[in-house]
Ligand binder design. Structure first.
Ligand code: P6P
Length: 338
């Protein structure tokens, strides 16, 4: 990764605007507000047991998953941070059944913000990295008001996407459609400092990330791919593979952006009507945008994730993303099987 001038997020956004004219003022404000909200979430996450933020609430979300206290805290922080700025028309979150329209007491903007406020919640209480994932769309059409349909856009139409990983470092990863940049939180000054840009995912890898406990439930193309990895040097791949599975998509994707790899959460026959576990609009789409901007690939096993036409706000999807040559191999196996 090229060495990087230590500039702030604000300076980076201003320079991007100057060089590429890709960042209207409202989008710049949106990114800075989300980045500030991630700082506040990081503070709450880092308190752990000291802050009465661990454990679960009595609620379950639209996914039917038990909601952790920090899920709700993170969701509230993002809602409050983004309501007043006049840059958004509405927001959508994994933690909310329907969209949250900016209240009438504030001006409405042309952007739509989608987020998983705290992904990897099962790791919160055991002190393993978790993260916030966000996606930015433009409200197309100029009909008055905003509805759920405005959010149902293919991921290739995203104006920006990013995530914040709350790990040994607190790192914000961002793309505005012109490459991927990483910012590390300097806790002494409270600033996001540019620590990497022009991030590139190596095209090849020897590392796969998948929840192996689901092996017996996978479709044949996935079993074929993983089986060949496990055969190592003696098998058709002619090399040994390593495995990682953090059970936090943000942490697994961050590792792949940093050193390559392939991440898979495929369809499996436990719930055959569900195309996969992960959500298309606020997990797969932003991560696919980031990974493609870093030279990687992201499919649902057959088609490019960013080309999928969403039908529902909380729609799920099968995800295969990371090092381009490995993703293409898995996709080819699915096509062979078809
Ligand atoms: P499993 C976290 O709950 C999440 O949505 C992703 O962050 C992660 O990759 C996946 O689910 C983990 O799922 O079935 O291994 O617990």
């Amino acid at each position: 990764m090229p060495t990087t001038r230590r500039i702030s997020l604000t300076q980076y956004l201003v320079e991007q605007q100057r060089e590429h004219g890709r960042i209207p003022g409202e989008l710049r404000l949106l990114i800075e507000v989300v980045a500030r909200a991630c700082k506040r979430i990081a503070i709450a996450v880092n308190k752990g047991a000291l802050g009465d933020v661990l454990g679960s609430t009595e609620q379950s979300n639209v996914q039917g998953e038990i909601v952790k206290k920090l899920d709700l805290i993170a969701n509230e922080v993002l809602i409050e941070a983004n309501e007043w700025g006049g840059h958004l028309a509405a927001m959508a979150s994994e933690e909310m059944d329907s969209i949250h329209v900016v209240p009438n007491r504030y001006p409405q903007g042309e952007y739509l913000l989608l987020f998983d406020p705290l992904d990897g919640s099962s790791n919160i209480d055991v002190n393993v990295s978790i993260g916030t994932i966000f996606s930015v769309l433009r409200k197309v059409g100029h009909a008055r008001g905003v509805s759920e349909e405005d959010f149902l856009q293919p991921g290739r139409q995203q104006a920006a996407a990013g995530y914040c990983v709350y790990g040994p470092q607190t790192t914000l990863v961002l793309t505005l459609g012109n490459g991927v940049a990483m910012f590390t939180l300097d806790r002494e000054t409270g600033s996001w400092v540019l620590t990497a840009q022009g991030v590139q995912v190596p095209e090849d890898t020897k590392e796969f990330a998948i929840n192996m406990s689901n092996l017996r439930h996978w479709d044949m193309p996935v079993r074929r791919y993983i089986d060949e990895c496990l055969q190592g040097k003696e098998g058709p791949r002619g090399k040994d593979f390593n495995m990682r599975w953090v059970a936090s998509m943000v942490a697994d994707v961050h590792r792949i952006l940093t050193r390559g790899g392939i991440f898979m959460y495929p369809w499996d026959k436990r719930e055959p009507d569900k195309p996969g576990k992960l959500r298309l609009l606020y997990e797969a789409n932003p991560m696919a945008f980031i990974v493609e901007q870093a030279g990687g690939a992201a499919t649902n096993g057959r088609e490019r994730i960013l080309d999928l036409q969403p039908r529902k706000l909380h729609e799920r999807v099968s995800v295969v993303l990371g090092s381009r040559n490995e993703v293409e191999r898995v996709t080819a196996y699915h096509r062979d099987a078809a």
